[in-house]
Design a protein around this ligand. Sequence first.
Ligand code: PEP
Ligand code: MG
Length: 975
Amino acid sequence: MASEKKWVYFFGKNIAEGKNQTKTVLGGKGLGLAQMTAIGLPVPAGFTIITDACDYYYKNGKRWPSPLEAAVKKGMARLEKVSRKRFGDPQRPLLVSVRSGAALSMPGMMETILNLGLNDKVVESLGRQAGNRRFALDAYRRLIMMYGSTAMGIERQLFDHAFDEVKEHQTRVRLQQAPGTAIADTDVNDAELEAVVDEFKRIYEKHTGQPFPQDAYQQLKGAISAVFNSWMAKKAVDYRNAEKITGLKGTAVNIQEMVFGNMGDDCGTGVCFTRDPNTGENVYYGDMLFNAQGEDVVAGVRTPLKLEELHRIMPDVYDQLEAVRVILEVEYGEMQDLEFTIEQGELFMLQCRTGKRSPAAAFEIAVDQASKPLITPARAKELIRKKLVPRPIALKATKPLISHEAAVARIKPVDIERLFYPEIDWTAVQDERHAPSLEAAREAVWRESGLATGINAVPGAACGKVALSAEKAEAMARHGDKVILVRKETSPEDVGGMHASVGILTATGGKTSHAAVVARGWGKCCIVGCEALKIDEAGRQFSVNGKTIREGDLITLDGSVDKRHVYQGSLRLINRKPPAAYHTLMKWCDDARRLKVRTNADTPEDAAKAVEMGAEGIGLCRTEHMFFATEQRQLAMQEMIVADTEEARRHALDKLLPFQRDDFVGIFKVMNGKPVTIRLIDPPLHEFVPHTEDKMKEFAQRAGLELDYVRQRVHQLAEANPMLGHRGCRLCITYPEILEMQVRAIIEAAIECRKAGVKVFPEIMIPLTIDARELAILIDRTKAVADAILAEKRASLTYLVGTMIETPRAALMADRIAETAEFFSFGTNDLTQTTMALSRDDAGRFLPEYCDRDKTAIFAHDPFQTLDTEGVGQLVRMGIERGRSTRPKLKIGICGEHGGEASSVQFCHQVGMDYVSCSPYRVPIARLAAAQAVIASGDGGTKTRSKGKARATRAKAKAKPSTGRKTARPAKRKK
Ligand code: PEP
Ligand code: MG
């Protein structure tokens, strides 16, 4: 029965009803509050409305579930009992906050309303009781503003403007402060705040037609609905889309007794991280403000203080906060993002959640937590002696908090992608300018084009065109521009524009400001607190230190060097080296994984890059790509294609042979000792011939052919469905001389390399097979050519000949095919195309609709990016089983784009492949995913795994449909 459902979970005074619940039910914030309460940390009492209520709200025309109102009243009654105050009662006023909190953190995307329960009467009694009328009025003006803008949709700017007016015309005059200087919120006195409150109430009434509600429960209900509504606000939806957050029920709502950081100078509020979220360093990192409330720190309205200031001013409170750090890191084994309030010298914790971090910090923190203690034994002793941390917890903190496996499991593919932050190429600048040192080069550029300094909230560098609003940034990015979003401060409304930008620059804010937190999550360079900026949004420009920069002008941000952050114009960027912790963690991945990781590379340069990224071989060398390298090669290739006799074709192939051989020599040398899979020619030949009249003329001239002949051959070669036409191994069935040339190039290159002492393991791969007999013919021809050359040169060489499984028929006939094939490589680009009857070239037009969860939601992911394990995956599994039924030791890999996508790699592990192969930059992602697949399936740990165990795992491995996350790279398809 619906009435039996528990809609709210209470926490406070050692009761934590939700402590064993999940984030899915209570949201991250709700669960954190319950668990902190259970641990015994100082958390103001309250209760959490579960996420199901939000789900119900949207499924039922924005109505609350019928028992919810009674449950909220009951929760409030309990809260009144625990706090010994009453909601709406001027004698003993209880004020509450109403805050959102979904299962996954969406910083600043949803709403919070503070100080609910204040009205005209309560504000006066609260002021009297606190002995501080100013504080009460400040709380009241915040309530009207937050409630008005959030629950009633009044433009926030109207309130801000009214507040500024009072500051300008009353506070400035009273303080006799010079025009243009900043007036802090804390400078506004009670009489002036009274004027602000009156004006706010007037704005409220004008826009809603009603006076500001004096009934506390009316406020509470409005605030809860406002939090529900904020779940579907554009900024929240944008954020979920950008972060690919799916499948959540909605937001939970946390109602909690207010504590006040704005009661005076012995009060304050702050946001901190248990480790530095930029570098990952094991230090307490945070910002705080004295005499401030709630959002002041995050919003960046005043420049915040470092946590060290708290240490200096309130050492006891700092010690308590340090104890919280130790307790929570030990409890969660993760870096935490904390919010706290100090009310008249007493510490209260308002939030703990897993902290967002830069990609470098992700590695640093994971490795540090898995290999080093959080605190020294001496510090542990001190915390025990001061009775701030229970002994068992303090002792745990003197040892590594997590295992190597936990460290590996925690890293996300996106952390790797973002790890390679760009930075300004100062070495190139030094060379260009013949500067005596890097420092001198920097100085010179700074003198010429330095604009301003700020706080480097997110490291890296970015270069792009200035956009002064989020909308403009999105529009410019749509046109293909790289954009730097420049704002006074960012707010959640700006999220779409922030996502579209490569860098973010704000005039205000600190390292935990909205801009910093959001940009860090995305690994985008972000400079905040750049106070010299004077932004003229209406005039579409900003001025800074005497220079004017217009929207669309280029600027460069440098987040990596202290104090020199914003430059006019563009500077060249390069990628940095990953931190040492990255290599440590990748080593742990390599120890854990069973799958080998190879690369798709067609040139010695790509191969070298891939080896640097950890590739253990080449899984796909697309030989036709080599023909594009120079005009000479292209010409020979085109001559070969338009040839209409074997003789003419052989003539052209003879020209191509030395090029191919040299390329293979280069690749074998780089891959010395590692296997190299070389695929024979694959694409439809027609793709390579000139198509326009001009190009045909040019080609005819250069090749010494008649234009008519060229025209006629191009016409003859045209196909209605080239991807299903004369391509793949069909080319070598009809033109065996192509196979002969390519095999000769491979074998001759291998012999040459072996003579030079290079270890060569070629694997010749035949593409797009559909039949066992077809393959047998080609393998016989391949071996005949290879063995004849080896015999002629009196050389010995171990080589394999195998095939790609790229068609459903090949997967179905895999047992027969494996009779001759010595290895299989799943070409899942074509296999997806042929299984789903979706053109990999054209599906982009309609697939987005198929994958849009707000439209059809037919597929969770683009099947060309993330392997369709349910459908295509069946053929993969069947191909492996059938192939190994005839050849039990058949070596099997994947070389489609899916080989570098984390959840697809996990599937490859599960179905017992031997390796995955992907582009060089995705090699580390595949290494990570392969290790995570082992850890997720409980196949063995980092340190304890043996090869025997790995084999046992393979035998046991079963395929399960995978729902893992996807990376954003599109499937590559240009032959
Ligand atoms: C494939 O089809 O998956 C493959 C790797 O080959 P290509 O992308 O070159 O067709
Ligand atoms: Mg293919």
